[in-house]
Design a protein around this ligand. Structure first.
Ligand code: ZN
Length: 261
C-alpha cells in the first residue's frame, strides 16, 4: 500500500518533516554562531589559543553531522542538482533596497495608531542594555497569531531565485521604532527587535536596508546576514543566566566602525 494513502503514515510523514525542519533551524543557529566566530578570529588563532577539548568536540560534532546528512543525500533518488542562483543586476539590487526600506516605513505607519508603549516592568528588564530614550520611544503590537503582512515584493524576489525570510514565522519584526510580535511579547524576541532599532538609529534606514540586502545576497539565508548574526548573538548574551551589563548601542557602533556589517 502506498504510504501516502494511509492516514497514520501521512501524519507520521508530516511529523517527520516538522522534526526535520526543527533540526534544520537548530543547525542554522549553529551555523550563525560559527559564522560569528569565523568573523572574529582567524583559524590560526583558534588552533593556537582555543581550548583543545572544545575544538575537538566541535570538530567531531560537525564531522558526524556531515556524515549523517551526506549519507541521506546519497540515497535521494534522482537528486536534481540545485540550479545556480543568478546574480542580480545593480538595478535589481537598488530596487530591492528601496522595496525593503519602503516596506519598513509603510508598516511602521500602519501599526503606529494601534501600538502601545512598553510597560515599566519590561523597560526595567531592558534598561541595562538600551538607553532610556530608546525604550521610551518604542511602541509594540502583539498580533496574537494574526501575523505581519508578507510584502508584495517577496514574490518578485522569489521569481529571481531567492528565498526571502519567512517573516510570518518570526517571533518579532522591527518596523523602525515599532515592534510587531506575530504572537505575543517575549523578552528574547523583544531584545532581538530592539537591536535592529539601534542598528537603524545608528546606520540610518537607507544604509540599514543596503547592508541587509547585500548581506542576504552574500550569505543567502536570513540567519547569516551580519545584522542578524549580531542581533542573535547579543540576545543570547542577554539570555545568559547571569548576563553581564552591556550597551547595545556601543556594540553596534563598534561593529559599524569595524566594518563587520
Ligand atoms: Zn532579526
Amino acid at each position: 500500500m502506498c504510504s501516502f494513502q494511509n492516514p497514520d503514515n501521512r501524519i507520521s510523514i508530516l511529523q517527520m518533516n516538522s522534526d526535520l525542519e526543527h533540526a534544520q533551524l537548530e543547525l542554522l543557529g549553529a551555523h550563525c554562531a560559527v559564522h560569528q566566530l569565523r568573523l572574529r578570529y582567524s583559524s590560526d588563532d583558534l588552533a593556537r589559543f582555543g581550548r583543545r577539548d572544545v575544538l575537538h568536540k566541535s570538530a567531531e560534532a560537525a564531522a558526524s553531522l556531515h556524515k549523517f546528512y551526506a549519507a541521506i543525500e546519497d540515497k535521494v533518488p534522482n537528486a536534481a542538482p540545485i540550479p545556480p542562483v543568478p546574480q542580480p543586476s545593480a538595478e535589481q539590487i537598488a530596487q530591492a533596497i528601496e522595496w525593503l526600506a519602503g516596506y519598513l516605513r509603510e508598516q511602521r505607519e500602519h501599526y503606529f495608531p494601534l501600538a502601545t508603549p512598553l510597560t515599566n516592568e519590561v523597560k526595567a528588564r531592558m534598561w541595562p542594555f538600551f538607553s532610556a530614550d530608546l525604550l521610551d520611544g518604542i511602541r509594540i503590537i502583539e498580533l496574537r497569531g494574526a501575523r505581519v503582512r508578507v510584502p508584495e515584493f517577496f514574490a518578485k524576489v522569489r521569481a529571481l531565485g531567492f528565498e526571502p525570510p519567512q517573516i510570518t514565522h518570526m517571533d518579532s519584526v522591527t518596523f523602525l521604532d515599532i515592534v510587531a510580535f506575530n504572537q505575543s511579547l517575549s523578552e528574547r524576541a523583544l531584545f532581538h527587535a530592539l537591536v535592529h532599532t539601534v542598528q537603524i538609529d545608528v546606520l540610518g534606514l537607507q544604509r540599514y536596508a543596503e547592508l541587509w540586502v547585500h548581506g542576504f545576497l552574500k550569505t543567502r539565508t536570513h540567519f547569516t546576514v551580519p545584522l542578524e548574526v549580531h542581533a542573535f548573538s547579543l540576545s543570547s548574551k542577554f539570555l545568559h543566566p547571569m548576563p553581564e551589563r552591556f550597551s547595545v548601542e556601543d556594540e553596534v557602533v563598534r561593529w559599524v566602525a569595524d566594518g563587520r556589517y
